[in-house]
Design a protein around this ligand. Sequence first.
Ligand SMILES: *Cc1c(COP(=O)(O)O)cnc(C)c1O
Length: 258
Amino acid sequence: MNGDSPLRQNYERVLARIDRACEAAARPRASVHLLAVSKTFPAADVLALAALGQRAFGENYVQEALDKIAACRDEWSRAGASLSWHFIGPIQSNKTRPIAEHFDWIHSVDREKIARRLAEQRPPALGPLQVCVQVNVSGEASKSGVAPDEALALVQACRELPALRVRGLTAIPEPTDDASLQRRRFAQLRELHERIRAALDPEAAGGFDTLSMGMSADLESAIAEGSTIVRIGTALFGSRLPLRSPLRSPLRSPSSGA
Ligand SMILES: *Cc1c(COP(=O)(O)O)cnc(C)c1O
């Protein structure tokens, strides 16, 4: 890893974008956290970014994540620091155990059954799992996430589970280049977050402090609307190939399509 590696340049660019967006929104820089979304990229890339100072990483696929977390733990614990792992993908109910055992945060809780299983399966020694309820703010276009008018009930259900600490809301709106539409969807999540916080008892409201929204293409809009965690993949690691893509096999025939 030399001084002007592409990863370092990307990391510096993303941090500068977050700095500028915070300035433009008159928000303290410390109010926005960068989650590096490392799905489909190898442990070596996680370790390289960790060496530049990044500590929080997001993953979508359970098996891929477990292998990577194990590899990073071996390497990185020698440096005496720890990385935090955030699960941000859809959760199947038969995959809750490894998620509860290996992650620090879950951004994608969208039904009570999943919340209960995560709580039951969380090893007490690890302390509570930090969770965000994922809300479907773009309507029928996206299938995952609870409907906005059901989010309060799900937050309340999570509050009943001491192994979980419900921290806020997540949105993954359909991608759009229209900045005003981006802003509107993120504003919807912010307003919903404010309404839910107002409905919680004061102690719970204090810890309900997270808005997980904004990705590579729209982090500025998300920060303008109050995001506290931006989840950035492409702008850090480059564009993703599908897992086990034929593009990765060395003898791909040129006639097999674009
Ligand atoms: C892949 C992914 C991201 C990162 O998206 P980029 O556009 O590559 O920054 C963020 N959030 C979720 C839920 C994802 O699945």
